[in-house]
Design a protein around this ligand. Structure first.
Ligand SMILES: CCCCCCCCCCCCCCCCC/C=C/C(=O)SCCNC(=O)CCNC(=O)[C@H](O)C(C)(C)COP(=O)(O)OP(=O)(O)OC[C@H]1O[C@@H](n2cnc3c(N)ncnc32)[C@H](O)[C@@H]1OP(=O)(O)O
Ligand SMILES: Cc1cc2nc3c(=O)[nH]c(=O)nc-3n(C[C@H](O)[C@H](O)[C@H](O)COP(=O)(O)OP(=O)(O)OC[C@H]3O[C@@H](n4cnc5c(N)ncnc54)[C@H](O)[C@@H]3O)c2cc1C
Length: 627
């Protein structure tokens, strides 16, 4: 029945202060207040409805996304929302759109790679959305290999301009979000050519469309690259294709914090690492880790609530069947994902600190932690997105057949989320960067340069290197093993930071105890999953492995009474979850049944096409082959 909490009995089992855990999950009382207020604002406004997405055509879907983006911007302006509140509103609108790239990449690129003068010119226009930007780096022929990009930017000293050109088909910009139909400007990455000499890939601000009638400017060919994975999902985003035909831009539209070109045509490299050109990618990778905890926690919330609602088998003497959440197999699949959601939340908090720290150091020309920041953002983006994409799919399976319905929210969540394993850096390519960082660290063991921070533990392998020094096989030859080592390195960081989180003051009855249980589940589940490596390297004995398994089962039993409260702590509205299976009150079956009849296919009891195709079949009016 409506208004009845079908999960009340589960909520009454909780052994900790859920409101205190909501603050821990949000990060602070202030962050909780903003999230709670804005999520409810979005949920209560019919202008942000999203339950019809799977029934719209691509063009209807995209136009609806533009409407919502404009409505969100009007809401932000009318309510004078702060930058923090505006970001939260865009998050809870929960629809990939051009604004993600405008705010999430175009603006950060100008802030990170533009000079003070360039920031003063372009940021006010971007903040007021008087221009809409995208980040145009990837090309049809190159994405991972940034140094392989083919677009050229040739300096013309006669006119003090750069000529931006797409020399080949494969140099067409391909994938940039927001590019296809909306962006008026791009940060385009191109090979800088001055006086016939190449100076690597740099970023250039290029206007693509008229601010009067939105038509592409002279020399610009631009469009959408077409439908992507899944129906609604990421098709709300106009990922685009862009070709330049000798497009001229003023010299001062090359982002010049890292490298400069003078009006005399002199190329100058600042005394900063050229990799700062990649700074926007580092920034986005750390935000993607926070995204992972959001996406995984959504899926886990849905699967946990539904696992408590769903009963299957086990009825004794006509009594109620067993809740599937009580099956050990369901717990062994679900609870490690619940623990991962919390683990990724805390590693996301730490990574945000690491990024802010390296940014502050860069401003003082201290580049000492840049390699570690690159390795951590690359590795943790790879680890958390892979685990989250796999986790969302596991949550779909944990919900049985109903998990495959769009009304469960899980198919769309999966379809929107999985490109995170590719965008902002293919996950394997990024792990190879971590492996390169680890090998460089190992090669420096024994020198005066002692490993610190997230690689401090590597001093312990020093003896290994001394006895094995000289035995070196090619990086490429060992890359599979090195990628596994990179994953293990990142997992160690996640576990370490979870443990460090528990050493902080954590208010609220039973809250720290619950987090300790989740931390132990996360760590022991990894040990169980990789026990072959731990056993073969002698890190643990078979008895240790058996003890870990026993402890895991015990920990699952400790989580069980608190599972619903632990996902309630995410404080997601039913609107944001977008899932009948995950609705707060657990009143699933009536809602599933009601939703089915709203499908357009049920607008008529006899389907279109019956008389044309089915009736002739049934009436044998179609000549059938002799059976
Ligand atoms: C309905 C439900 C919704 C819920 C789900 C919510 C999800 C969100 C929904 C949608 C939101 C939409 C937002 C989406 C945002 C993302 C959009 C995507 C954008 C993009 O993809 S932008 C393009 C990204 N492209 C890449 O990442 C390219 C990857 N490749 C590279 O980074 C480089 O090519 C490279 C690093 C692999 C190699 O570079 P290079 O050849 O130049 O360098 P080397 O390998 O030779 O290394 C040389 C030394 O430089 C160091 N280095 C490399 N990179 C960096 C760096 N970034 N920072 C610092 N240092 C770096 C290396 O370590 C080497 O150092 P060494 O000391 O010499 O070893
Ligand atoms: C939804 C979505 C949104 C995007 N948005 C943007 C955007 O806004 N702006 C933008 O510029 N780009 C964007 N991209 C592009 C994205 O950044 C690239 O697709 C991504 O960097 C991967 O590069 P790639 O496509 O060249 O993959 P490839 O590198 O071609 O990967 C193919 C395979 O080759 C493997 N591989 C590649 N190099 C190596 C190596 N050295 N060693 C071992 N294996 C290797 C990879 O692991 C992978 O298995 C987006 C992509 C998607 C899917």
């Amino acid at each position: 029945m409506e208004g009845v909490d079908h999960l009340a009995h589960e909520r009454n089992k909780s052994e900790f202060d859920v409101d205190a855990m909501k603050i821990v999950w949000a990060g602070s009382p202030h962050a909780f207040d903003v999230s709670d207020r804005i999520s409810k604002l979005v949920a209560s406004d019919p202008g942000f409805r999203k339950d019809n997405r799977s029934t719209l055509s691509r063009k209807e879907l995209f136009k609806n996304t533009l409407r919502k983006a404009a409505y969100a911007w009007k809401t932000i302006v009318d309510l004078r929302l702060s930058e923090e509140e505006a970001a939260k509103l865009r998050f809870y609108v929960d629809e990939p759109a051009f604004t993600d790239l405008h705010w999430g990449m175009f603006i950060p690129a100008i802030k990170g790679q533009g000079t003070e003068e360039q920031q003063q010119k372009w940021l006010p226009l971007a903040y007021k959305m008087q221009i809409i930007g995208c980040y145009a780096q990837t090309e049809l022929g190159h994405g991972s290999n940034v140094q392989g990009l083919e677009t050229t930017a040739t300096f013309d000293p006669q006119t003090d301009e750069f000529i931006i050109h797409s020399p080949t088909l494969t140099s067409s910009k391909w994938w940039p979000g927001g590019l296809g139909k909306v962006a008026t400007h791009a940060i385009a990455y191109a090979r800088l050519i001055v006086g016939g000499r190449e100076h690597g890939v740099n970023g250039f601000i290029v206007q693509l469309r008229s601010l009067e009638d939105h038509s592409p400017l002279l020399g610009i060919t631009v469009g959408d690259i077409g439908m992507k994975f899944g129906n609604g999902a990421y098709n709300t985003m106009d990922n685009g294709v862009l070709r330049f035909d000798h497009v001229r831009i003023p010299r001062n539209q090359m982002l010049m914090r890292v490298s400069q070109v003078t009006c005399e045509g002199k190329y100058k490299q600042s005394d900063v690492p050229r990799q700062l050109v990649y700074g926007t990618m580092v920034y986005v990778r750390q935000t993607i880790v926070a995204d992972a905890s959001c996406a995984l926690s959504r899926a886990v919330c849905i699967a946990t609530r539904y696992s408590a609602v769903r009963r299957q088998f086990g009825s004794q003497n006509g009594g109620p069947e067993t809740q599937v959440i009580d099956y050990k197999t369901q717990q062994s699949r679900l609870f490690p994902l619940l623990a991962s959601a919390y683990a990724f939340r805390f590693i996301g908090e730490w990574l945000k600190w690491l990024y802010a720290d390296v940014t502050q150091r860069l401003q003082a020309n201290d580049f000492s932690t840049l390699p570690e920041a690159h390795a951590c953002t690359a590795g943790l983006k790879s680890l958390t997105t892979t685990a989250t994409a796999d986790g969302i799919e596991e949550c779909r399976k944990l919900c049985g057949g109903h998990g495959y319905l769009c009304s469960s929210g899980l198919p769309e969540l999966f379809a929107v989320y999985v490109p995170a394993c590719t965008y902002e850096g293919d996950n394997t390519v990024l792990l190879l960067q971590v492996a390169r960082f680890l090998m460089k660290t190992v090669s420096q063991l024994g020198s005066s340069k002692k490993p610190v921070g997230t690689i401090a533990y590597m001093t312990r392998v020093e003896h290994l290197m001394q006895c094995r020094c000289g035995v070196q096989r090619g990086f490429a030859e060992l890359s599979v093993d090195l990628v596994e080592a990179a994953v293990a390195h990142c997992q160690l960081i996640v576990v370490s930071k979870f443990i460090e989180k528990l050493q902080q003051e954590i208010p609220g009855k039973g809250v720290k105890q619950q987090l300790e249980v989740l931390c132990n589940i996360y760590a022991l589940f990894l040990l169980h999953k990789h026990q072959g490596d731990f056993l073969s390297t002698g890190c643990i004995t078979p008895k240790h492995a058996a003890l870990a398994n026993d402890e895991l089962r015990s920990l699952y039993s400790q989580v069980r009474p608190n599972a619903i409260a632990l996902v309630d702590a995410f404080n997601y509205t039913d609107h944001y979850l977008g899932s009948i299976l995950g609705c707060y009150d657990g009143n699933v079956y009536p809602k599933l049944y009601e939703a089915a009849w709203k499908d357009p296919l049920n607008e008529s009891v006899v389907p279109d096409g019956y008389h044309q195709y089915i009736r002739p079949l049934l009436k044998q009016e179609i000549r059938t082959a002799r059976l």
